[in-house]
Design a protein around this ligand. Sequence first.
Ligand SMILES: NC(=O)c1ccc[n+]([C@@H]2O[C@H](COP(=O)([O-])OP(=O)(O)OC[C@H]3O[C@@H](n4cnc5c(N)ncnc54)[C@H](O)[C@@H]3O)[C@@H](O)[C@H]2O)c1
Ligand SMILES: [Zn+2]
Length: 409
Amino acid sequence: MKVDLQTKRVFDEAFPQECYNQVFSVPFEYPVYFTRNLFAPENELFAAVVDRLGEGRRHRLKVFVDSGLVQAMPGLLDKILSYVADRSDQMMLAGTIEIVPGGEKAKSDTSLATHLVEAVAESRLCRQSYVLVVGGGSVLDLVGLASSLVHRGVRLIRVPSTVLAQNDAGVGVKNGIDVRGIKNFAGTFAPPFAVLNDYDLLRTLPKKYWLGGIAEAFKVGIIKDDKFFDFLRSHAKKLRGRDEKAIEWVVKRCALLHLDHIRTGGDPFELGSARPLDFGHWSAHKLEVLSDYQIGHGQAVSIGIALDTYYACLKGFLSLSDRDLIIDALEETGLPLWHDLLAMKTHKGTFAILQGIHEFQKHLGGRLRVTLPKGIGDKVEVHDMDPVVIEEAIDRLHARAILHHVDFF
Ligand SMILES: NC(=O)c1ccc[n+]([C@@H]2O[C@H](COP(=O)([O-])OP(=O)(O)OC[C@H]3O[C@@H](n4cnc5c(N)ncnc54)[C@H](O)[C@@H]3O)[C@@H](O)[C@H]2O)c1
Ligand SMILES: [Zn+2]
């Protein structure tokens, strides 16, 4: 096959039809800021971001806020309202601020997703207007999906309000909802216009979600960055005790590792089936569904990491001492390593969690690709997961849970 570089016309003796090869690329760019007290009257950051393309116009802004955050921070809505009112030459609210139910349950309510599409549509936004979403990963995913659909995409500014959303969910290019009992079954790839991480929003976060975000940080450290893992391990007690300096460092480091992965990993829109950052997630996603979302994403990820860490050790990718370093560090941070649903059996007598492997493969398409730790700070990709070894890993994890008797849930 030959391609005429001028016209991109393709000549192929085997298939003599006329063909013009369409090739172009679009650079994506979005800033990720780390700040405090974002909507304080004197903080000019948000206004600067809205005008970051120097359009010098008055932008319409449709605002969505997570219900859990509104409950925990009752003054927040007024703060946003007066921030916008003080800059009425630069921005104006499109309709009222919409409160979106927080948490994973909302992500599996497809009628809510439809409602949000309508809410964005009714706000008469043009493609130079903004959707501002403030909330946890679930609300960001929901509102992100809605705003990527209206007019085939309006500008989205994310203000993540959980540790997990600031260091993972909020800084990437994906959004989605759960359909048919499958996590993230429907969604789009849509890079945001900007991300503003405000550490002060984390103050009201319940312990479960504070710790849950640290599980994602462990995930990245274990497979990508041994120094980051060492930091997490040596600061486990501080992180558990909500030390602000420690969490800020972890959020920033983890977010930057994510950005680096998206920018340099060669597959930002996940067209292939490799998903290194899904370490620990095949079982985590299944656990969330099996628990009817009673187990939070971060907690499920911690258990998923523990299971795959035992598995990797049984397979010879990880020494016993590295395995125990990982497991002890998760436990010291206050993250769960076990849930009885891991041992739940189907009517056929097999572990229900194993179904997660098939669903994971279906989601990725093509060959199964599961990332496991290879030592600490490096990874290996495997194409099959031996059910007998998984069961052995579950048994060992269970034995440890009984011995240590840490009742997390
Ligand atoms: N799009 C992606 O790339 C990506 C990546 C990782 C995870 N995720 C998704 O993110 C979701 C998990 O997000 P999460 O861990 O942020 O949890 P979450 O969004 O489900 O929020 C957890 C709870 O905290 C409340 N909340 C949010 N901010 C608060 C605050 N500052 N103070 C008090 N309460 C607050 C919410 O109302 C909710 O009840 C999962 O659905 C997961 O699949 C998406
Ligand atoms: Zn995750």
